[in-house]
Design a protein around this ligand. Structure first.
Ligand code: SDX
Length: 429
């Protein structure tokens, strides 16, 4: 990283300090404040880390103003058009696109790690039938540490790589168990003769009574969504995985923490909330009422699937998904009034000064649910779909962090509580 300096003049003390400026291969210059407190006594305050780089990373680059997203330098539009999820997974984990033999080896490894221990099936059967699948998934992934307790050393690169592959391979299987548990279906086992996304759809939807044919349109659409959700630099769940990983916790605990963070409606849970919001809006006639609610500072209602901490332009993933919605619904010969409602909502919002001024555009979660629904995936499983894909990003970012662990993550605070005071006995209070 090339360096120049920025001088900070403290008018209260008359002192000045030079802060190194760090520059990555792409993106905005960054002030290095590692020594700020030591040299000036000042901390910095940045709630939600909106302006703070917590790490350096070579995996994913986003330019929020230009609506740019790149995985290892490849534009998301090109990967969406030409690649597939497992190849993108290899790219994110290893830094380059695989050649034929590398892809075959990686595919073999993921395929032959896709089964889960039978006792995990038993563990999952203990949940109530209507347990939320994200609760089941975070519990199941955390429990994987109990099945691989002899291969958890984050200091061992071979164990790190094995854990990453196991996680990527088993997430679809665990997701299918969650779905089938809810539906009262017997467990289905992953078939090694199928590709990653076909295998997942088969494990989800096959029934013992008859052979199940994976619909190629569904597989292609879901594989595209997996590509688009695979990684997104230091979002809340990935930052959670890194923070937990910085303590030396085992990989399954780190990913389970990431799943928990993703579940929130401000993050990956938004795709489920979008469909519930569209249900609540119900018809185009009600859109103005909900736009007004979203603009009312006294109303907690937000337009789910809109806005983003980084994108102040179109989320490139939303643009790709919007187009895919039309293609998938046409190919599956489905008409979904919620797509028309979503399109109308987007058009009205993007004509409204409140949204334009705040640069609130549709994000990745706004249209994805339309496709999930068309594939027969229930709304409660939408964030699980996000988690299957994002496990690749979490694993890649965890591996990158563990290669050079650095310091344990430990943010500071501005203390606003009581100043020092003495304890009073009960009869003196
Ligand atoms: C994901 O970080 C990532 O990369 C995440 C993600 C990934 O791939 O990992 O991209 C996935 O999480 C996408 C986001 C999904 N969440 C939603 O769709 C939920 C709805 N969106 C909002 O909650 C919100 O936009 C956030 C959480 C996404 C971003 O919040 P910020 O950056 O903290 O923005 P903000 O709260 O500072 O908003 C700025 C202004 C505020 O108004 P004012 O105080 O200036 O008057 O915009 C308003 C907000 O009230 N605002 C919205 C709004 N989002 C922001 N108003 C109405 N509806 C919204 N959706």
């Amino acid at each position: 990283m090339s360096e120049n300096k920025v001088t900070l003049n403290d008018q209260t003390t008359g002192k000045s300090i030079e802060l190194p400026v760090l520059k990555g291969s792409q993106g905005d210059p960054t002030l290095d404040i590692k020594n700020l407190h030591k040299e000036t006594g000042y901390f910095t305050y940045d709630p939600g880390f909106a302006q703070t780089a917590a790490c350096s990373s070579a995996i994913t680059f986003i330019d929020g103003n230009k609506g740019v997203l790149q995985y290892r330098g490849y534009p998301i539009e090109q990967l969406a058009e030409n690649s597939n999820f497992l190849e993108v997974a290899y790219l994110l984990l290893n830094g380059n696109l695989p050649n034929t033999s590398e892809m075959a080896d990686f595919d073999h490894d993921i395929t032959y790690h896709s089964m889960v221990h039978e006792k995990l099936n038993n563990f999952m059967s203990g949940f109530h039938y209507d347990a939320h699948p994200m609760a089941m998934m975070s519990g199941a992934v955390g429990s994987l540490a109990a099945f691989y307790h002899d291969r958890l050393d984050p200091e061992d690169p071979n164990q790190r790589e094995l854990a990453a592959k196991r996680m990527i391979a088993k997430m679809p299987t665990i997701a299918a168990i969650c779905y089938r548990h809810h539906r009262g279906l017997p467990n289905a086992y992953p078939k090694n003769n199928l590709g990653f996304t076909e295998r997942f759809l088969d494990t989800m939807f096959s029934v013992p009574a008859e052979p199940y044919e994976v619909n190629p349109v569904a597989a292609k659409a879901l594989d595209l969504l997996f590509i688009l959700h695979a990684d997104h630099e230091q979002n809340a769940s990935t930052s959670t995985v890194r923070l937990v990983g910085s303590t030396g916790a085992n990989p399954y605990a780190c990913i389970a923490a990431g799943i928990a963070a993703l579940w929130g409606p401000a993050h990956g849970g938004a795709n489920e909330s979008v469909l519930k919001m569209l249900d609540e809006i119900g018809s185009v006639d009600n859109i103005p009422k909900y736009i007004a609610k979203a603009k009312d500072r006294n109303d907690p209602f937000r337009l789910m699937g809109f806005g983003h901490r980084v994108y102040k332009n179109f989320d490139p993933r939303a643009s790709i998904i919007r187009k895919a919605c039309h293609d998938v619904l046409n190919e599956l010969n489905i008409t979904d009034p919620q797509l028309d409602l979503a399109m109308e909502l987007e058009e009205i919002a993007l004509r409204d000064e409140f949204f334009v001024e705040r640069k609130l555009y549709p994000n990745v979660d706004f249209y994805s649910g339309i496709i999930y629904k068309a594939l027969g995936i229930p709304v409660s499983m939408f964030t699980v779909m996000f988690a299957i894909a994002r496990t690749v990003g979490w694993a890649a970012q965890w591996l990158e962090m563990r290669e050079d662990p650095g310091k344990i993550g430990r943010p500071r605070q501005i203390y606003t509580g009581e100043t020092t005071r003495d304890y009073l006995k009960m009869d003196q209070r």
